[in-house]
Design a protein around this ligand. Sequence first.
Ligand code: CAA
Length: 258
Amino acid sequence: IPTYETLLVETRGPVTLITLNRPQALNALNSQILADLIAALGAYDADPGQGCAVLTGSEKAFAAGADIKEMMTLSFADVFGGDFFSGYDRVTATRKPIIAAVAGYALGGGCELAMMCDFILAADNAKFGQPEIKLGVTPGMGGSQRLTRAVGKAKAMEMCLTGRMMDAVEAERSGLVSRIVPVSELVDEAVKTATTIAGMGPLAVLANKEMVNAAFETGLKQGISFERRLFHGLFGTADQTEGMAAFSEKRPAKWTGA
Ligand code: CAA
């Protein structure tokens, strides 16, 4: 595994654990973190031995937002001309799953990065927010759209307009996170969940991720038809034959990804 300036990357069996590592800035997302993430996620997606990734930060901060100090002097021409933040499209383009394991602050771009992952496991000390309005701007990495789809208009609008944070309990109640775990167990629990996913048939993993995302990104009719066609397609795979045979023979399935 290559080393990165702002990330710690390790593999735990079939799971790639990526830890944001700019503790002096509460993991504020600067251009180096973005470059490192693009490289690490590309390597993960391309490695057939890796079936699921976990993206985490520190116990104090998943990420406290885009790096304000790097961004403060940029002009409209800089950000529009350079399509600022479009590099994060690499996160959502990753075909294999990414679990965000969030402890501490996930603010602004940090909350948005967590929401770009496939689901969020929250530590009991997690805090989510879109405080950009306090800086005279708005979310810029998808937060206004993904937060609204996740928690509904009332909470998303209040959070974007006031910058108030949501704690882990409110985030779970609102559907922003899948589960809450004690902060000391967060990474182990995320790796355990990722190991479960990595143990599934790899084609079915890709198909399930794509179709749940279709629910998020398209209308109901289009989403249901997309689901049905992908489901049909899996009947052309050896893993479908094997998975159903294994069930009826009461034995574990042997996946081949074929
Ligand atoms: N960018 C740059 N540096 C940041 C940062 C950020 N988003 N967040 C924290 N830091 C830095 C601080 O400047 C500080 O550095 P120094 O020691 O050099 O002063 C260091 O990290 C530690 O932070 P604090 O001393 O502020 O720590 P705290 O515990 O007192 O407060 C906090 C924690 C409430 C998260 C506070 O740091 C904070 O409010 N951070 C900014 C949050 C924010 O506004 N995020 C949105 C950014 S804009 C954005 O993300 C745009 C978008 O749509 C993508």
